[in-house]
Design a protein around this ligand. Structure first.
Ligand code: CO
Ligand code: ZN
Length: 329
């Protein structure tokens, strides 16, 4: 599974430009599902039939990135963030565009580092003039962080663990599940990082009886971190809340029962800031019961997001069992 994770996290896919990731996932899941659809926004919906009720799963394919806003006369690019991105996390980093063009993030001279904002930064693609730069990059092009996958043993590090690690888990669970008790609509959603947009239309189209999003969540297990009762290596989480959702209590309870019945370690998660596709699913039509399984992740929205592989393996098993266990509400 590490090989699949490496391919997924290294694929190019800022919000709105998910086609490389979608093609990769489509090839991967097609043999294991009954039907594959792509909707107007670009969501990939893999359907595996097994029951009368509909279970919608959602993992987002998009990652954070940057968009070109201006090219100056010396060939430097100005940019804005696509999704939540701190300018500090970009210093010393590289990005790459869909056509393979690589750029380096630079900063203007600053009196103090705390004065750094996105508008004081630029991307250097090695061009010496506007004309030369324009041969490779246009206004509105998006770039993703460029950084390779690293396997540290139990811990895995890469850009875009948010949320490709969940895409990998969802793919692997579709491969392993034998008898789902639902018609499973496994959505690989687009544009989560800019406001849960893909999941919103996918849920409207599917009208699920139950929705479960899979995403990463923060941890409180690094030196002097913010207080948070989630740590790497202690299992996937059952989310209680984040900024987008108060998970349906009966779904939370159901998820805890499934974890306990199958001896899957899990943690309860209260995330103070950040949202998930469950927020969009839950508010569909007259409301959908919704929950979230998260994979603990350090350094979210940086070039080096870190997860624990044992949490990933437990996450796959948890998701398989959730597909095989009926939610009674
Ligand atoms: Co994110
Ligand atoms: Zn995410």
């Amino acid at each position: 599974m590490k090989e699949l994770i490496k391919r997924l996290v290294e694929a190019y896919g800022p919000a709105g430009s998910e086609e490389c990731v979608r093609n990769l996932i489509m090839e991967e899941v097609r043999p294991y599902v009954d039907e594959v659809q792509v909707d107007a926004l670009g969501n990939l919906i893999a359907i595996k039939r097994g029951g009368s009720k509909k279970l919608m799963l959602s993992s987002h394919m998009d990652e954070i990135g940057v968009m070109v806003t201006h090219i100056d006369e010396n060939g430097f690019l100005r940019f804005y963030n696509v999704g939540g991105l701190s300018p500090f996390s970009l210093i010393g980093n590289r990005c790459y565009f869909a056509n393979g063009t690589v750029g380096v993030f630079g900063t203007e001279q600053l009196d103090a580092m705390k004065d750094l904002t996105m508008s004081k930064m630029f991307i250097d693609i090695g061009a010496a003039s506007r004309e030369e730069a324009a041969e490779k990059v246009r206004i509105g092009d998006t770039a993703a962080i460029k950084r390779e996958f690293v396997d540290l043993g139990n811990r895995l590090v890469a850009k875009a663990m948010d949320d490709r690690i969940a895409c990998a888990i969802q793919i692997e669970a579709l491969k392993q599940v034998e008898k789902p008790v639902y018609d499973v609509y496994a959505v690989f959603s687009v544009q989560e990082e800019v406001g849960l947009r893909g999941a919103r239309v996918a849920a409207f189209g599917i009208t699920p009886d139950l929705g479960i999003a899979i995403d990463v969540t923060r941890t409180g297990d690094t030196p002097k971190s913010a207080t948070m009762d989630v740590a790497l290596g202690k299992g996937p989480t059952v989310k209680v809340r984040d900024s987008s959702v108060l998970c349906t209590p009966a779904v939370r309870h159901h998820m805890e029962e499934v974890a306990k019945a199958n001896n899957i370690p899990y943690q309860l998660e209260v995330l103070e800031r950040g949202g998930t596709d469950a927020g969009a699913i839950q508010l569909t039509k007259s409301g959908v019961p919704a929950g979230v399984m998260s994979i603990p992740c350090r350094y979210i929205h940086t070039a080096s997001e870190m997860v624990d592989y044992r949490d990933v393996e437990h996450g796959v098993r948890f998701l398989v069992k959730l597909m095989e266990t009926e939610y009674k509400g």
